[in-house]
Each structure stands twice: as structure tokens, then as C-alpha cells.
Design a protein around this ligand. Sequence first.
Ligand code: SF4
Length: 353
Amino acid sequence: MAFAAATGVMPLDMPESILVRFKGKRQPGVTLRDLVHAIPYYAIQKGLLTVEKSGKKNAFSGRVLEIEGLEDLTVEQAFELSDASAERSAAGCTITLSEDSVSEYLKSNITLLKWMIANGYGDKRTIERRILAMEEWLADPSLMRADADAEYAEVIEIDLEQLKEPVLCAPNDPDDARLLSEVAGQSIDEVFIGSCMTNIGHFRAAGKLLEKQPAGSLKTKLWLAPPTKMDQHQLTEEGYYGIYGRAGARMEMPGCSLCMGNQARVAAKSTVVSTSTRNFPNRLGDGADVFLASAELAAVAAVEGRLPSVDEYRRYMGEFDAMAGEIYRYMNFHEIEEYQKAASNVIPVAQEA
Ligand code: SF4
């Protein structure tokens, strides 16, 4: 700080970057979570990552993970990819998104922030300043892009046309990425769907699957914890909490829940499928073996009591795909009447002092 104060500049060493470039079209049944796991899977194939602890190699460690080729993701979806950069030990993560995606997210957030002011959340002036900054960006949108001649420490290309089945992380290491066909048939005791890697669409997908099961017929103990109270509220309004209850799922408070490891816990030595970020030993339960997977695959495992074969999984996913428009709607607060109404009374936004 003294150096910066005296010279007026603060030199910072920027870490090198690793570029992950997705190309081609995502194949049916391959979810965004599978792309999260595809990054370590392809890095292992390229010799940039090893699973063994002794002499471990991790080319991501301390570097910035830059992701390209998925511009049309919503910002909510992009969080799923960037959240997992911590599991790679990366210093940070960037994802190239379209201006439309970012604009939609900011419009939604402005409405949510106004709703928060209307509902007495503090600090009002701080929230108003954030709204103002977002409105200024929306008036003249521009996004940072990598230089055309940028140099990278490594480049990992992932051809989506070649990735035809889910990728999971095997117990108990988020680097141990494997194709579903390598682990299919594994019996499962408990399933957790929750954490900051999930969004409301995942819970609708689980609900659509559970709706078809006879009450109390689940072959596993299923834990569900939507990431936010707003998701919980919306899912309740849409009738999903009734479906979860009838199916015998155990509902946890919205938030980190089992992912945190210090709240509810799975049974000791159980075998688990989880949508949480990481499966380090003993995190979800003492001596538990935890597979990380997409919410869709986790829901199938909850019903079947085992990891399905690729064909079984595809049959289930065909049903999800047919309902995709209904299931995968995100929380766009500027399009939800309840939030619009509250937000419409919160004008004008305070100007900066
Ligand atoms: S503990 Fe909470 S914030 Fe941390 S990874 Fe898990 S869900 Fe995300």
C-alpha cells in the first residue's frame, strides 16, 4: 500500500491463463454439469492433470481458467462452470458470454434489488448504488474480451460432438472424472441435490421425475435443498414441494446444506450421488463415497438406487428434453409479477453523493 501511495501505481503479477475452448453442438443428454466435469476429464487425457496424490500434476493450479465457446449460456448457468474453478485450484475463472446474457441478468437483478429495498433489506444506499451502476452499464453495454493474439499456458479443446455421455467425478476426488459407462451399475444409498452448483431448473427436473414414482417408492434417501429462499418460494408456488413430499424426499433449508458438511450429514460409509461442488473424503458424511453428478443424473440414481446405464439415462433424459421449455426457466425477476410490483414502487434510484 505504501508503494502504491508513493508511486501512484500498484504492479500486480497476473497469473498465466489456461484456455478451455468448447466447440460444436452439445449432444442430447449431456448437461452443463457434464461440461464442468469434462474439463478435468479432458485435462487428464492431455496429461495436464493427474488424480494420484503423490507427484500430482495440476496445470490449472494458480492459473486463470478462461472458458470460451459457450456464449449463449445464461449468467446463472455460467456460475455452474465458474464455481467449479475452485476445485481445479485455479486462481480465477472467466467465461465469454454474450451481451444479451449479461443484460438479461442485470435487468433481473435490478428488479430483485428494488424488491429487496421494498422489503426493508439494507443497506439501502449501497443497494441503490449497485442498481445505478447496473443501469449505467445497460445504457452502454460493453464486455471485456481476450486479445486476439493472447497467449495461454495451455489450451484444452473440447469437441462437444465427441462428448456423448455424462461425466461424473468418482469418490472421493473432484479431479477423478469418469464417463458414466465406466461407473454404471454402482449401487447408491443416498442422493443430495443442492448447493451453489444448482438452479431452479434442476429442481423442476427432479420434480418431474419424482412425480411419476409411486409414493414412498424411492430406493435411496433423497435430500433436496434449493440454493435460495426465492427458489424455494417459487417451487412451492409451482407445486413442486408437494411432489417432493409425496415422493418421500427430505427437504433441507435453502442454502449450502449438505455441501457445507457441518449441517445435515449422509450416513457413515454410505455411497452417495451429490450435485455439490466437491467430494473430498468425509465432507458429506464420515467415510462416505461420493460421486459428483448432474442433478438430472442424481435424480435418476435416486429413483433407481444405482447409477443407470447410458441407455437407461438417455431414456430418462428424453422425457426431460420433451419438457425442457417448462423445466429450464430461470429466475428472471423482471418477468415475475410479484417482484415487478414491489420494484415499481422503488424509484427514483438515489444518485451518488
Ligand atoms: S459450501 Fe455453499 S458456497 Fe461452498 S461450495 Fe458448497 S454450496 Fe457452494
